[in-house]
Each structure stands twice: as C-alpha cells, then as structure tokens.
Design a protein around this ligand. Sequence first.
Ligand SMILES: [Mg+2]
Length: 301
Amino acid sequence: MSPIRCVRPAAIGLACALLAACHGGHAVREAPAPIADSTPASTQPAPNDTFNAVAWMQTSAEYAALTTQAYRNVCEMLPTAIADPSWTALIDGEQGGGFESLPPAIISDIDETLLDNSAYAARRIASGGPFDPVAWKAWINEADAKPMPGVQILLDCLAEHGVTLVYISNRKHDGERAATVENLRKDGFPLPADNDDLVLLRGDPRGINDDLNDKSARRRWAANRYRVVALLGDNLGDFMDGVATSISKRAALADAHADWWGARWFAFPNPSYGSWEKALAFDCGENRTPEQCRHSQLRSK
Ligand SMILES: [Mg+2]
C-alpha cells in the first residue's frame, strides 16, 4: 500500500497545491485554497477511505492524462460519425426511427465527466464524514467546480464540427439546475439562452425522468432532436439503464457492448464514487454487514 494513506487530512491542502503543477493541457486548474482544519490532532477523525482516490484525481499526472486521452479519442471519432448518417451511440431503441437526418450531438454526463468535484470530496475527507446531500447541494450552488483536465480539446472539437453538447446528469432539477448552468458557463461550456432541451437533470418536470437515477428517458428525449453520435460518462448508468445490480451482471452489461467502448462510448476514470460501490454489497444476505460484503469482494489470488 502507498504510504500516502498515512497522511493526515490537514495535508490535503499541500496535495491540492500540487494540482497546478500536475495538470497540463488546455484546462489547467488553479490550486484550490487549503482546507481549513483546526481540529486538534488528538480528535482527528479516522482517515476517510477515499483519500487515495481523491488524491489521485487531484494530483496525479496519470489522471489528467487519462481524461485528456478520452476527450481526444472523442474528437478523433467525430468525423467518421458525422459522415455516416446511420451512426448512433444509443441502444435499445433509444434513438428512434428517422434519426439519419437529425443534426449530430453527443450526450455527456456532468460530474467527473466534464466538471471536477474533487474539492467537495476533499472537504468530506477533511471533515471525516461520508457523502452528505446537504453539503453536496451547497457545493453545487457555489457553482465553482473546475473543468476536467483536457476538456478544452473536446469543446474546440465540437465547435469545429458543429456538434451539439447535451448534458444529462443526476444533479436535481429543483434547486440545482440554475447553479449547474452557471457553473458550466463559467467554465466555458457551450450553453445557449434556450437550453431547456440541453440540460436534462433528475426530476425534470416534463416527466422525462423515468426513475431517480435511470437516464434512458432523457436520452430518448434528446434523440428526438439529435442523432446521438457518442456518450460520455464516468458511470455505467451514463450509457445504459439497469446498472444497480450485482458485480457479475454489471460486467455482463458492459461486455455486451464491448465493441463500443472507445468507439461510441467514452468512459472516464472515477475511483472516488459511483454505482459500482453499491454492487460490492449487492445481495449481501442477512448474516453479513455491508462492510463485510465489501471486503469479501477483494481477490487475493
Ligand atoms: Mg458522473
């Protein structure tokens, strides 16, 4: 194990300060302010077990390389996809009929696909607490999430080819949409004044959010207006529904479309959180705690 796991939360500010030096490309982020931590050492909370994941996302050259690589791969695919009117990145009839003459668009998730929320995660590590919906909503309404490293490559490419960007996120429509639009605009993402059909969030009042997290109905909504040539996301649910299931079933869902990864579907690394976490304790049974289930999933050979 890396010795970095032994670093106390107060050291996160130093890790954050390394950020500007580590992230190259078009979306260099400023070093965030150190996190205030006046808690006496004797009462420090136990280390949050997302430390390594968040530190890697904030400081490693490797993470920035992977996200930059993914955006560039999208751009390299676009000319082929645009030239082929039969090209769609949607499955299970989501694209609908007669799509060949529709203008091209890509559908992207927002969090950890376009916007970097690792500062929120670092705050939770510093406080010693798990995900907190109140703190998350407050973070969203700060509208200050930074763009993901390398994302300008994607934005330049979409502008060059005249491809629309549709944002489908499980941020909430009520109380989070205005700040989300403000944050995206602040970071340079394209969003016209009339963006009702371009930012589709959880709980959309038009009745196109078929489940709390499932995105299929919103993809279909976009597909009535655009030929969707690529999907971008950090979560299996950004590409298909039905992902809240076991580890083996999730793997089968991903494998069923193996030819599309890196061709029509572009996945972004997120070791910090995601629907994969719940799969660790899926079908846990009555005699084990969720924590026991989680640890039982690790292979030792
Ligand atoms: Mg996401």
